[in-house]
Ligand binder design. Structure first.
Ligand code: NFS
Length: 654
């Protein structure tokens, strides 16, 4: 369905359901009755600009903005002569650069924290996974010989910073984590990123009016910049977070707004960077802080998360996520949030005016982000734990101001914490950690393939609907699902991240999952942790038997409810790495036909991956399952092996 068809069908339906999550619906109803403005009401009031929505507007200079609309729009140009293709390609490059900047700045801050830890200048932090520090050092070409943990941490942090600055050499170090064949292809096409900052700066330069005007050449830069994220900034963010805060292992938790408590101080951390949230976790567990909460009449301090910060502390501590992106306002409307602590990214400016209608204290913490009206408590690593305690005390002090609350009952049980290291351990056991059993079961057809369902919520589509539909339909078809970001929260809320969901999986996938003790839907973490998926795909290729490159694998990625530039950056690096990537919602460059063609068939030919957009979830399902079958056919493994009932010996073999 095209954007315009989708628009028509929406018009007929008048307005789409806001969510499939009963907790969200309950809170939206309360908001509507109280006349509170939320993202769900504002999205109805603000129709998208149809010219911008299809990529037909260029606002990059003061001769315009120019718009290419009406008859023969494809033949028209902007005042400078820029074509529709140039409009769309520049839009993609700038969006990707924005997303890469966000993820990578996050990664850079983790590297700076690691450096401060190595010199003893970061209060409260320590190196939780020294073994991983050693492995990361090797990947960064740093010898571990005769070095103590702090010395090694300092060298790793500096080398990581070199990767951001572009002073690590001609190629980012982690590029060599990709399959050999992929690396060669990137080198041949000049797509190897040279430094995270350098690619972002070059993207901004090349999209300035009057510089790069060739759509294909611009899109090559979109790919190179995105690769600086997936195999650079985000990958460093994941690895260094594991080093500092611990590599995740499976754990159980609860999710959704029902995790908020009436008789405890509720503190929500929302945003992305784990440096502060890790310290807030420590502060809320401090006996002195708990005692302080009790002295104010609360039974204790209840910490919960929203967005990717939630994923970071869920993966490592089992702290419950209160919900995904579209839950941030709804949490405040429960009337039970005493403090919402935010840092960067995906934080709605509308939170403050809403918080003022309740007792919630909105606290901004990043030197990079302030919100008018919110309380700003700037976070500094040197005094991290003290600052975290101050913030928690502010929440505790606010508990007495709570009025009536309306906390929905819904919670969803979940298992999270699947790092790529743990997946390999889970498959092969402690002494033989390996992806072999996964490869073998893909080859024998018990597992047909793997799909990543990742990304955001977007109020332009029904919250969680696409994510849940696709997860359910894919596991039914014996396709293993991996998840990150707000899409993983969606599955958590709807109970799809618990082992019981095995009953919904196809017989083949179920057999393998039962034998290995692995759920059919794996939560791999926050959005920067999509880099874990890249590592898993490389490991599968390396294990052998499924081709020589990521583009050979029966795998795909879907971002059904995307809303932001970070998602476009991730989608682009996945495609540039050889994955078939489908986004829902709408195509932001739909009318730029040249760009649509380049990102689909053009990239297929060039890098073996695609970035395509399709708002219809049934079609997405068909596209992705067809792709998996095509790849199986190309590998010569399309014939499903005769299914035998598994006895103990066969299970042991798996
Ligand atoms: Ni990803 Fe995570 Fe969520 Fe989307 Fe925002 S929190 S970094 S961008 S909305 S998945």
């Amino acid at each position: 369905m095209s954007n315009s068809q989708e628009k028509e069908s929406r018009k007929k339906k008048e307005s789409i359901p806001k969510s499939i999550d009963p907790a969200a619906l309950e809170m939206i109803d309360i908001a509507d009755k109280a006349g509170l403005s939320t993202v769900f009401s504002r999205v109805d009031e603000m129709k998208p600009c149809p010219i911008g929505a299809a990529g037909s507007c260029c606002a990059l200079c003061a001769m315009g903005p120019c718009r290419l609309v009406g008859k023969n729009a494809e033949e028209k140009t902007g005042i400078c002569g820029a074509t529709h293709g140039t409009f769309g390609a520049r839009y993609m490059v700038r969006s990707v650069a924005g997303g890469v900047a966000a993820h990578s700045d996050h990664g850079r801050d983790i590297a700076r924290t690691l450096l401060a830890v190595s010199t003893g200048d970061a209060e409260g932090y320590s190196i939780k996974d020294p073994e991983k520090l050693g492995r990361v050092a090797e990947m960064l070409d740093i010898s571990t010989e005769g070095k103590d943990t702090n010395q090694l941490a300092g060298e790793v942090a500096r080398k990581a910073l070199d990767n951001f600055n572009g002073t690590a050499g001609d190629e980012l170090n982690f590029v060599k984590r990709a399959p050999e064949k992929r690396q060669e292809l990137w080198r041949k096409l000049n797509l190897v990123p040279r430094g995270v900052d350098r690619e972002v700066v070059e993207s901004m330069h090349r999209t300035h009016v009057g510089v790069d005007q060739d759509a294909e050449h611009l899109l090559d830069q979109a790919m190179r910049t995105s690769l600086a994220d997936g195999w650079g900034g985000a990958m460093l963010a994941t690895d260094l977070s594991d080093v500092l805060f611990g590599t995740p292992k499976p754990l159980v938790a609860e999710s959704n707004l029902g995790v908020l408590k009436d008789d405890e101080v509720n503190i929500i951390v929302h945003g992305h960077e784990p440096t502060l949230s890790e310290m807030i976790v420590a502060a809320t567990q401090d006996p002195e802080i708990i005692e302080y909460a009790r002295s104010k009449g609360a039974k204790g301090v209840n910490l919960a998360g929203i967005c990717c910060t939630a994923n970071e502390i869920l993966m490592r501590h089992g702290i419950p996520p209160a919900g995904n992106f579209l839950h941030q306002e709804l949490a405040i409307i429960t009337g039970s949030v005493d403090a919402m602590v935010v840092d960067v990214q995906c934080v709605l400016q509308a939170l403050q005016p809403l918080a003022e209608k309740f007792h919630t204290k909105l606290i901004t913490t990043s030197p990079k982000a302030k919100i008018p009206g919110a309380t700003h408590v700037e976070f500094k690593e040197e005094r991290a734990l003290d600052i975290a305690k101050d913030i928690v005390r502010m929440g505790i002090d606010n508990y007495a101001n709570r009025g009536e609350t309306s906390i929905p009952e819904q919670t969803g049980d979940l298992v999270a914490g699947f790092s790529h290291e743990y997946i390999s351990y889970m498959l092969g056991g402690r002494y033989r950690a390996s992806f072999r059993p996964l490869n073998d079961n893909i080859i024998n057809g018990r597992i047909q393939g793997a799909v990543a369902i990742v990304g955001c919520n977007n109020p332009r589509v029904t919250q969680d609907e696409g994510i849940i539909y696709l997860v359910r339909e894919l596991i039914k078809r014996d396709i293993l699902v991996v998840q990150t970001g707000c899409a993983a929260h969606a599955s958590a809320k709807h109970g799809l991240l618990q082992p019981e969901i095995m009953a919904e999986a196809g017989a083949g996938l179920r057999e393998v999952c039962e034998a290995v003790g692995m759920p059919p839907v794996l939560h791999l973490g926050s959005c920067v942790d999509n880099s874990r998926i890249m590592t898993v795909l490389s490991n599968i290729v390396e294990e052998g038997g499924l081709g020589e490159d990521i583009s050979d694998l029966p795998a795909a990625a879907i971002c059904p409810e995307y809303y932001c530039e970070k998602a476009l950056a991730i989608g682009t690096y996945a495609a540039a790495s050889g994955a078939y990537v489908v986004f829902g919602v709408r195509n932001p460059v739909e009318d730029c036909k040249e760009v649509v063609e380049l990102m689909s068939n053009g990239w297929e030919e060039k890098v073996g991956g695609q970035l395509v957009f399709e708002p219809d979830y049934e079609k997405i399902l068909e596209m992705v399952t067809n792709r998996i079958q095509e790849k199986r056919e190309a590998l010569g493994i399309q014939e499903e092996k005769e299914r035998v009932l598994m006895d103990m010996a066969a299970r042991r073999e798996i």
